[in-house]
Design a protein around this ligand. Structure first.
Ligand code: FRU
Length: 528
């Protein structure tokens, strides 16, 4: 059992944390200034991070828990790390929230506020913050069992600072499914019940509960729809208003690994209706996800395990998502030492009608605007190879650009980042394939694994209107583009040997007009 060894392990963890905090304050000059350290993206101060977990808003704070290995910069026995933010932009690190126990290590999961105290965990009118997560029993796995992943719950009555695990765990045992994990809970206000969606190999399982402790299976979804080239993980399920209408649809997000068109990990989604018992895929949407096709949230290589915040106040009403900005193809090998992996920028999802039917659009959250300092308006002109601006370093930058494609003939153009080493990152668009592309093949360190930069990565553009918008965020080691008002999204990381110091247009083909452009330098969220 977990007695002596565990207690001493726990003390050891606390000691290490105290030592590392002390070390951080001593070395605070270098912390968050290391090579490749993102300046306006979330990263843990030290060590390994993967999926965002337990995203919940409560009393003025957005909580971000995450898969965390406190002792190493590669994946290992998982804990839930913790940070909070008042604005989703600036983050405060907090001590580890959930540690392994005798049932296993703590894999991904979610959190919600149990406002009606259905669980009975609340006290003196304080509603409990309840987390549901996967217990991963590594011993059971080693022994070749199939039931080593089960679901447990824990609650907090002090704004997520301390947690009590439920004595009746696991609340959802495993009937023998090897991949059975990543519970996402949601209060279904219309039917006054809890909903749970979790991933089971290559499909999703839905359950309902009156109290978060007793769960009833209602549906399996997905065996015959979507991309099945990988294991399904980290789902999400929520209602959304269709923009500009009173219509509500239900959206299922489903992360999977491997099998994305550009390789490795990614996220697909499904749109349909839910009556409290059955999720039914929209007739219009079936075609898009039939025969192994997927509808992808982000076409880049580096947005995985993204899920959305629970309990965002109704007067705000946004559906807010954050992803892990990496890919299992190479996550454990990327060339950072002190910490490993960042999150994507927080994003707002909207559901819109398009010529192809309903689609999810993704937008950078407006709060990011407060990071802007200075700014320049670009003159409308015909694009020519050469500097976009002279006095901005591209390592912390936001660009809002509008182009017009030529009336006749093809176009192939974009932005390139350069440094003194002659390294180059390119973000482009080619009308011949009507796709955006990201080219990190010469963007610095790529040799740490063989599949980081084998090829360019593509994002198909569904429309082919001549006007095209690019909203681009560049941090030291990442590029995020929200094109055509969030219709096409790509997230990609890269590791230049020294920071990129110049930003230029490249034009391979065509007469492209820049109609409008704004450029902002962005402040660091970690440094004053
Ligand atoms: C996704 C994932 C989850 C799992 C977690 C373990 O990246 O594999 O399915 O819960 O990571 O860290």
């Amino acid at each position: 059992m977990f007695t002596k060894h565990q207690i001493s392990m726990r003390n050891f963890v606390s000691l290490l944390m105290i030592l590392s905090i002390a070390a951080c304050s001593k070395t605070s000059k270098s912390l968050y200034t290391e090579p490749h350290r993102p300046q306006f993206h979330f990263t843990p101060a030290q060590n390994w991070m993967n999926d965002p977990n337990g995203l919940v808003y409560y009393e003025g704070e957005y909580h971000l828990f995450y898969q965390y290995h406190p002792f190493s910069n590669v994946w290992g026995p998982m804990h839930w790390g913790h940070a909070v933010s008042k604005d989703l932009v600036h983050w405060q690190h907090l001590p580890i929230a959930l540690e392994p126990d005798k049932l296993g290590t703590i894999f991904s999961g979610s959190a919600a506020i149990d406002w009606k105290n259905t669980s009975g965990f609340g006290k003196n009118g304080v509603p409990p913050m309840v987390a549901m997560f996967t217990y991963h029993d590594a011993e059971g796995e080693k022994k070749g069992r199939d039931d080593f992943q089960t679901q447990g719950i824990a609650y907090s009555l002090d704004k997520g600072r301390t947690w009590t695990k439920y004595s009746g765990n696991p609340v959802l045992p495993n009937a023998g499914v090897r991949d059975f994990r990543d519970p996402k809970i949601l209060w279904d206000a219309e039917r006054a019940q809890w909903l749970l969606v979790l991933a089971a190999q290559q499909q999703l399982k839905l359950y309902t509960s009156p109290d978060l402790k007793n769960w009833t299976w209602i549906q399996d979804f997905g065996a015959e729809w979507g991309n099945h080239r990988g294991v399904w993980e980290c789902p999400d399920f929520f209602p959304m208003k269709v923009a500009g209408s009173e219509q509500t649809k239900w959206v299922l997000l489903e992360n999977f690994n491997p099998g994305m068109p550009n390789g490795g990990s990614g996220c697909q989604y499904f749109i349909g209706d839910f009556d409290g018992k059955q999720f039914v895929l929209d007739a219009d949407f079936r075609f898009s996800v039939a025969n192994g096709r997927g509808m992808y949230l982000d076409h880049g290589r580096d947005n995985y395990a993204g899920v959305t915040w629970s309990d965002v106040p109704a007067q705000d009403g946004r559906r807010l998502l954050i992803g892990w900005m990496s890919n299992w193809d190479y996550a454990t090998k990327v060339p950072t030492e002190a910490w490993r992996s960042a999150n994507t920028l927080p994003r707002q999802l909207t559901l819109r009608n398009t010529a192809f039917g309903l689609r999810l659009f993704t937008h950078p959250i407006v709060e990011l605007e407060k990071l802007r300092e200075g700014g320049q308006v670009l003159r409308p002109e015909k694009l020519r190879p050469g500097p976009v601006v002279n006095n901005f370093a591209p390592s912390q930058m936001e660009l809002i650009l509008e182009f017009e494609l030529p009336e006749r003939g093809e176009a192939d153009f974009g932005l390139e980042l350069l440094n003194a080493q002659g390294e180059r990152y390119r973000l482009g668009y080619s009308s011949r394939i009507n796709s955006f592309y990201s080219d990190r093949r010469q963007a610095g360190q790529t040799q740490f694994t063989d599949n980081f930069a084998k090829d360019r990565h593509y994002a198909p553009r569904p429309d082919n209107v001549r006007k095209m918008q690019w909203h681009v965020f560049l941090d030291h080691a990442s590029m995020e583009i929200f094109a055509d008002d969030g219709r096409t999204v790509m997230t990609e990381i890269f590791f230049p040997s020294t920071p990129f110091s110049a930003i230029q247009w490249f034009v391979n083909e065509g007469e492209v007009q820049l109609k409008n452009g704004q450029i902002y330098a962005l402040k660091s969220i970690w440094r004053k």
